[in-house]
Design a protein around this ligand. Structure first.
Ligand SMILES: [Zn+2]
Length: 784
């Protein structure tokens, strides 16, 4: 019902997306699953790296074995040199912009100055083939191309080696995802080694070589493979790494190995290296070296951290019957007492929640490392910031509730990235939401299961409203490097959309099955957006193209207005029933003001008396019977009508119910289910859920007839705030007064400089500098 929009105005908000999505083929099926000829490359690494703690430099060599599983012949290979984004004059540096005003923060200014004289970058010294002969190569920004001596045929393998050095960047200066942190109080370093070695770029069925430069914003994708890595560091360092330690007998003491063994079945974290032990090492650094040997199977990348400052705790957790994962945390004393209490416990909670929503964690270890990197994930290991504050005078350690909950959230988030994108592989450099959004959705589930009223920042529909209203909102399906407001766009909005899909549109049963199916199908494989969209529809059995179109491809928001509510009672067409009702209605209408005043005046002034009352002979039949009088002719007509009706038609005339026509308008443009909270005059309530399909004919407005036995007193749209409706003022009928508190403030002017008074102030001597916030205080870096 209702009028249709004219042809030029109508939009098909339900138009199918297969016109937009890539055509399916043998590699990617129309169901959203990997096709029967799905393939991906495999890249294995043997790396030796040594850290020079005096120069903060890493020197390494690596041998890469590249397995071409594609049906294509490859003449060259591309590698990522992400560290080259820091080379002076690089495109990522020269493409930086500022806001255009004459203001710049100290930190941003320091970064600009550091870029000006940066010598950072991966200095590749040799590229050689298996025989040790040099291979031709060219460096193109953050990429390196190796030209193979002979084309690499399908189902064949090539092995080659590189040697390189890296001046490890200082995280606080360069705001990188890894690097080193300097602790000036005890003059020690911690290294968070990320994106640190030449890494083979991805080659995929839909993109060929993933050749996009690293501009430092959106992250990366890589191929799966096996790693064998030897890491040489000062002998008193503790190394946390992707993979499993293979030479614990040479590296760890008997007591430490025993504790690690105990940790596997412990019910709370077991301390492997205590705060007292790590603190003792700070003032007497070792001159010796040790080599830690790690192996990792089927990982997308390899990262590690190293410092003599690390405290180390561990606890085993059974992720599926018979298989235990070791959750471990590494942190300097500056992280306590927060880290010893929350880090490993949070890892275990993450294993539980993510495992339930997708698949059991497949790797042997999961690790959380405290560093000044805001938050960044790598396989089996993540860097997380967040430390208590130390009172400069008393030395007392305290932390705000924000610091605590941010830490729990960032550990869930970064450990959660193991699932998306480290195991369910996606390319963040193109589609940031595919890992950040899906991961933030599960982070929200984990937060809601941590404690009652957990201060979750992302996932609740009402919390996305400000972004959805903002004029710079962009489609979620925007290239990672072109995003604005990345946190809102690629983290919060997809997480919220999925939350709405789960709680409001599909329901938990259908959603959870489909989401788990997506995770399972693409575990250790590379998924694209359409694979996710298609799987969610295929497995839930619900056409969701309108939902993806609205939430992922568009910039509309949800704003449904209820514009009217008309009440009807069913017309029985029986004149003996209907005419008295019509008369009553007439009598309830306001009377003519002229007639009313005439009657009042007639009491004292004969002029106003009615002519027919003064001359009764002027009255006739129509002074006794009006248009509401029922005649036998009316009754006969009704009886004839009733005789001609089918029994079910008769029944409808007999019902004594209330009918309502509700009018809705779609102001925001995004089509959505319409959830109504109906309150009846007797105080009872009802929830009515109208599916989004109601907008198919006219996405701008619709009217709906509902019939109830009881009289309605009010109707509210989205009473539980489950659809992210951006304007609640048009959600109630009758309109409600929205109560708020008016704050009255005193207008103040900034004090003007009073030079006469200022000149009288004596010069203060030797003022303590410690009122100023130190540069090494925890940075409020974003979660990545
Ligand atoms: Zn993230």
């Amino acid at each position: 019902m209702g009028t249709l929009p004219p042809k030029g105005v109508w939009q098909d908000k339900f138009r199918q997306l297969d016109e937009v999505w890539p055509t399916t083929n043998d590699y990617r099926a129309a169901s959203g699953a990997p096709g029967h000829r799905y393939w991906q490359q495999k890249v294995d690494y043997k790396i030796k790296v040594a850290l020079d703690d005096a120069k903060q430099r890493a020197t390494g060599s690596e041998t890469i074995t590249y397995n071409n599983n594609s049906p294509d012949t490859l003449k060259y290979l591309w590698l990522n040199l992400d560290q080259n984004q820091l080379v002076k004059g690089s495109d990522p540096i020269n493409a930086r912009t500022n806001d255009g005003d004459a203001k710049e923060s100290f930190g941003s200014m320091r970064l600009t100055m550091a870029h000006e004289k940066s010598t950072q970058g991966l200095m590749v010294s040799t590229v050689t083939d298996e025989a040790g002969k040099p291979l031709p190569y060219i460096i193109n920004g953050t990429m390196l191309r190796i030209d193979l001596r002979a084309p690499l045929l399908p189902s064949s393998t090539v092995t080659f080696s590189l040697a390189w050095t890296l001046d490890v960047p200082e995280v606080d200066v360069f705001r990188t995802r890894g690097g080193y942190e300097y602790f000036k109080d005890d003059k020690n370093y911690a290294y968070y080694m990320s994106q640190w070695y030449p890494r083979l770029a991805s080659y995929s069925d839909n993109d060929g070589w993933h050749i996009r430069q690293f501009f430092a914003n959106s992250e990366f994708t890589l191929e799966f493979g096996d790693f064998d890595v030897e890491i040489t560091v000062p002998a008193d360092h503790i190394v946390a790494s992707t993979g499993e330690l293979r030479n614990a007998d040479k590296i760890l003491t008997d007591a430490q190995r025993q504790k690690l063994d105990d940790a596997k079945t412990a019910t709370k974290p077991v301390v492997i290296v205590s705060q007292a032990e790590s603190t003792a090492k700070e003032s007497a650094p070792s001159k010796e070296k040790k080599t830690w040997h790690f192996k990792a199977t089927n990982v997308r990348d390899f990262s590690f951290a190293s410092s003599r400052k690390f405290i180390w705790d561990a606890q085993g957790h059974e992720v599926e019957p018979g298989r235990t994962v070791l959750a471990m945390s590494f942190y300097p004393k500056e992280g306590n007492p927060l880290w010893e209490k929350y880090s490993t416990a949070t890892l275990i909670h993450t294993l539980d929640v993510y495992g339930r929503f997708s698949f059991p964690y497949p790797y042997p270890v999961v690790q959380s490392i405290n560093g000044n990197v805001g938050g960044m994930e790598y396989p089996m290991l993540a860097f997380n910031s967040g430390r208590p504050e130390k009172d400069k005078k008393t030395g007392k350690l305290t932390y705000s509730s924000r610091t605590k909950y941010s830490l729990v959230s960032v550990i869930i988030h970064e450990a959660g990235h193991n699932w998306f994108p480290m195991i369910v592989n996606s390319d963040e450099r193109r589609w940031t939401w595919m890992d950040e959004g899906l991961n933030t959705f599960l982070q929200f589930q984990a937060e809601r299961l941590w404690e009652k009223d957990y201060p979750a920042q992302r996932g609740e529909p009402k919390d996305i409203v400000d972004y959805m209203k903002s004029p710079t909102v962009r489609p979620i399906m925007t290239d990672g490097e072109s995003l604005d407001a990345v946190g809102a766009n690629a983290y919060s909005k997809p997480a919220t959309a999925l939350s709405i899909l789960r709680e409001t549109i599909l329901g938990r049963e259908l959603f959870d099955f489909a989401f788990k199916e997506y995770a399972t199908r693409w575990k250790f494989k590379r998924a694209n957006p359409a694979d996710f969209f298609r799987t969610m529809e295929d497995a839930s059995g619900v056409d969701l193209d309108w939902f993806w179109r609205g939430w992922f491809y568009g910039t509309d928001n949800v704003d449904v207005s209820i514009d009217g509510l008309d009440e009807y009672t069913v017309n029985t067409q029986n004149p003996d029933v209907e005419q008295p009702i019509a008369r009553k209605k007439r009598d309830e209408e306001p009377r003519s003001l002229t007639a009313e005043r005439n009657e009042a005046s007639a009491k004292t002034d004969d002029f106003f008396k009615m002519e027919v009352d003064q001359k009764p002979e002027l009255k006739d039949f129509y002074n006794q019977n009006d248009r509401f009088t029922v005649s036998n002719a009316d009754r006969n007509k009704f009886n004839t009508l009733v005789k001609g009706l089918e029994p079910w038609e008769k029944a409808l005339l007999g019902v004594g119910e209330f009918a309502y026509v509700l009018d809705f308008r779609n102001i925001g443009g995004l089509v959505t289910p319409v959830i109504l909270g109906i309150t009846f005059k007797d105080g009872s309530t009802e929830q009515l859920r109208i599916p989004a399909d109601v907008w198919r004919q006219n996405p701008g407005k619709f009217s709906k007839l509902i019939v109830r036995k009881k009289q309605i007193s009010s109707v509210e749209v989205d009473p539980r705030l489950e659809t992210a409706d951006v304007d609640l003022e048009n959600n109630a009928w009758p309109r409600k007064i929205v109560p708020s508190r008016l704050e009255i403030f005193k207008q103040t002017m900034p004090p003007s400089r009073n030079l006469m008074k200022d000149m009288d102030e004596p010069l203060k001597k030797d003022e303590k500098k410690d009122e100023k916030k130190d540069d090494d205080s925890p940075t409020a870096a974003p979660t990545l």
